[in-house]
Design a protein around this ligand. Sequence first.
Ligand SMILES: [Zn+2]
Length: 671
Amino acid sequence: MTGTDSNTPQSATEYYWSELPKYIAAVEHAIATSQKIAMRPSDSRRQYWASVLFTRLCSAATSVLHLCPGSPVNRDGKHWDFSYLAPIIRSVVQTALMLFYLGTEAVGEDESRARLLVMQLRDCMERLLLFQNGGADQKQIDGFEKQASQLRSELKSNPYFARLPSRIRRSLIRGDRATILTDDQILDRLGVLDPQGRGLLRFCSSHADVSPLSYYRTGDNNRGRGEENEIDVNYSATAVAIAREFVQRADSDIQILFRDALTVSSVKKPSAARDERFESAFNYVKSWQGSHLDEFTKDGDPGTPLLCSDCFHDEGLRLTSAEVGQKDMSGCPNCGSQSSMKLTKKHVAFLAQRFFVRGSIRRPTYGGYPAVQFNTQQPTSIDVAPWLEPDIQLIEKTLQVGFFHYAPRLWMVGEVEPLKALQNANSRAEVISRILNDFPGRILDIDEHFYRVRTAPAHPDSFSEYDSPPGEKLGKGRLDTLELPILYGSQDLEVCLHECRVAAEDEIFIATLAPLRRLRLLNLAEVPWEETVTEFESLDMAIHMLFLAGSHSYEISREIASAAHRNGFDGLVYPSYFTLLRTGATPFETTLGLSHRRFPGFPEYARQNTISNLALFGSPIAEGLVTVRCIDRVMLNKVEYKLNFGPLLTDASRSDKAAASSSSRKPDQQS
Ligand SMILES: [Zn+2]
């Protein structure tokens, strides 16, 4: 545990906010190590148990963060309760001790084997006891007894075991203990805690056992009730400092034990076989694409703060950095600020992507692309507002990157063949028949339900108010026409409200609807797997772009609905226009200019990031296909906005050229 360099004593708050970030960095590093060794087969018994226990250690260490206010997984936490943190800290320590004892401590083969046998015998006896009391059948109990006697006889013939004092041997043979050494003896060999640290560890254990020590002082100075108080904050800081020592030690021991496996993975495969022309072409393409965030963290980013939220002048960038960073009371190495949110290299890369890339997304008539990208190959060539200039220079220097105007690949601005064919009345029908063939169906079953919202209906208690709108309102929505009324609904309540554009002063009613028979729907929210096509030829991309476009696209979607109706479907499932607002997902995510939708495995991800709407043809309530289960009144009492800031580009015309050339129409705005 480290103290402070200054002469003034640290307050509990300062102590906590300087220990927590170090703990977070240690846990993140350990998790990265764990991921690196996860896929490798173990060469030895010691490696096997080390990797099992290290996985447990990382999990327990993460659980600690859930109880630490201000950690990335408990950012707005206000509950301070050391007595519930203490048991998990003890669990972290015990796991680290076992990891050392069974895995990473280098001992002779006989001793190593004896340690394992003792642990297995203890495990066997515990299970036996559990089953005897749990009323298991005699066959299972016999099995455990047989296993225990085999372990005992192997243990008795172990030369290391034979040299132990007879008192210890007797206890171990009974299966009373999981380890030959006591915790204190293991701590001595590990050499991490001084006597004061061990005292604090015992203090944690008392809390884990709910000994009187853990509740005697409840109420003194607000202690024990979950409210913030000096004592709990101070103990929590000490506890994470102890846990960090064990996590870091385990992490470095694991790296030594798995040294061979870890070195092999970091050695690059020889690239002699690669074609030089291909290599230079690939590098050229790559130099005009955005960096992958992993590039900035792959070589074990130690997680030390480099910048902070006070380093920036631009308000949007400052607010974003405060959201991205971690509270840490150490002085910022760049501006010296103590109270700000600190940014590690990983945070700065994430901030750059969120502000400059996501924040510059342009939405032409169809599609979307970021106007700005950054990577390590390009110098900065964008012009930004004067207040942003020093900020962008700071990020350039920290990440060693440059920001440039991104030239989107043409598919990103809607140059997708089936989409273009859909826009042309002569070629539309053929693509629509492909859509009906290639997209799967979805059964809406009678045990499912969905919602339909109405604002200010004349008779809120009348079921017909929740059916498709009447004649005079037809032909205005995304899918309905004068000939084909549509009942719009969703299984997502928030999207339902959003689609109806409700306001706080509205009288809002929501009906819960359920099918009366199985309804057969065409599922346009699904991602069909198209093996051999590029984004330019993709039917999936065409549909994806069509439903993320505004009212200029309705003419096309209405014809798709009519065709599905003619083909016997009861309705459509389609991606909501508000999907992006609801999930916060980035539209048209790419790597090296390739859509994530085209990657194997990504359809599942895309599916999770798509909110589906339902469109049922005709007047399903009047026709007896759907029933109203109930109707509730709804009041909006809180609406939240999540913002993503982006740069003001003073040479924006340069990045807008691509969009302008692909279309003369303005992106649609819905009222
Ligand atoms: Zn700073």
